[in-house]
Design a protein around this ligand. Structure first.
Ligand code: ADP
Length: 363
């Protein structure tokens, strides 16, 4: 198969209307750079397992499953990837299709609005094709039901006509692989989740791994960068390759205009300061969230709806884009009563938690 992936993108009727998830994804792309959808972005995607940095356990396991399926001359079992946005779920799915030497059909939960959309796509799947459904937790219940028999028995039953003219049609399908991607595994219905034989969680990358991502991307973009410069970008990328690539582009532009084009630690730090990204990689939106929680709600507990209203942001954006990393670095806690800032989170926005009688939070 040629190196350019055989990929078809299937969009649905509501593609122009952005869902809260789509807006959250755009926000994630926008917050660190505005070029992530430019054609050049694809060039940075690893194309083979060997190029895919980090997530070793996931890669080792899926590589064995791919090789075994190829050895048997069979299709790969259905696979589900879950984890925060920008960690490489789409990328690894494309690699799987490439390594299986097959075609990836790319669609998303919100795009499959009506049962007819999903039946149309399923009936067009060729033997061994990979159907990639992004934001799979957003599938409507009616559409999801068609997937059950499609995934299990490779057939769909649908009814045409109404009343006395109603007729059930059994449509056999080619054996295909469904790959689902989601930032919200918990929102998947149990019957759908159980139909994935392979389930993987992608976690944030270590600073070392992100440094490798930055160096690899800089090499592809022909940007001169030294180790220290790559490390400065990596430590502010929130463990997320997509953010690392976006920041690298911003720093590259800065280095071209304010320096001689070479990225070192000093240029990288200055560029990211100008971009409003702090030493931990938190940007304006993260700080707004923390400041709202700490100042307006005295560190919490605060409900997510109240926080979103006060910060004038979508709940979805806060939950998908902002909170996962703040939880990971221990700046906030999710409790049954609502969100709480920890002492570390309060300290980051210049508040001393002890002043507020939040003793229980100071761990
Ligand atoms: P997700 O589907 O989880 O939102 P993507 O697969 O779209 O994330 O990845 C975002 C970008 O990050 C990709 O364009 C790719 O360049 C980069 N990327 C992701 N994972 C890796 C990785 N393991 N190694 C190198 N680059 C990666």
């Amino acid at each position: 198969m040629p190196e350019s992936a055989r990929e078809r993108v299937v969009t649905g009727p509501d593609d122009s209307v952005s869902s809260p998830e789509q807006r959250a994804a755009e926000m994630l792309r926008d917050r660190a750079g505005r070029n992530s959808n430019s054609p050049g972005m694809n060039d940075l995607r690893p194309r083979r397992f060997a190029d895919y940095i980090g997530q070793r356990n996931v890669v080792n396991s899926i590589q064995i499953a791919v090789e075994a399926a190829k050895h048997r001359g069979d299709t790969l079992d259905h696979a589900l990837f879950h984890g925060p946005p920008g960690l490489g779920k789409t990328t690894i799915s494309q690699i799987i299709a490439r390594e299986m030497d097959t075609t990836l059909v790319h669609t998303s939960g919100p795009a499959l609005e009506r049962p007819a959309d999903v039946v149309g796509i399923l009936s067009n799947q060729k033997q061994g094709d990979v159907l990639f459904i992004d934001e799979i937790h957003r599938l409507s219940h009616a559409v999801e039901e068609y997937l059950y028999s499609a995934m299990e028995d490779f057939r769909v039953d649908f009814i045409t006509g109404t009343g006395a003219f109603a007729k059930t049609i059994n449509l056999p399908l080619q054996k295909f692989t469904l790959i689902g991607s989601t930032t919200r595994a918990g929102m998947l219905s149990p019957p759908l989740r159980e139909r994935f034989a392979l389930t993987y969680h992608l976690d944030y990358y270590s600073d070392d791994e992100i440094t490798q991502v930055v160096k690899r991307s800089a090499m592809i973009l022909s940007v001169p960068i030294d180790n220290a410069g790559a490390e400065v970008i990596a430590t502010r990328s929130r463990g997320t390759p997509r953010i690392a690539n976006n920041l690298l582009r911003r720093v590259r532009d800065f280095a071209q205009v304010r320096g001689d084009g070479t990225i070192d630690a000093e240029i990288a730090a200055e560029a990211l300061r100008v971009e409003g990204v702090d030493e931990l990689g938190l940007d304006r939106l993260d700080r707004l969230y923390l400041e709202t929680l700490v100042r307006q709600y005295s560190g919490g507990p605060a409900g997510i709806n109240a926080l979103a209203a006060s910060a004038n942001e979508e709940v979805q954006t806060l939950e998908d884009v902002v909170e996962p990393f703040l939880l990971k670095i221990g700046f906030i806690l999710r409790t049954p009563q609502g969100r709480r800032a920890t002492a570390a989170g309060m300290g980051h926005v210049g508040e001393d938690g002890t002043r507020r009688g939040q003793g229980a939070l100071l761990w």
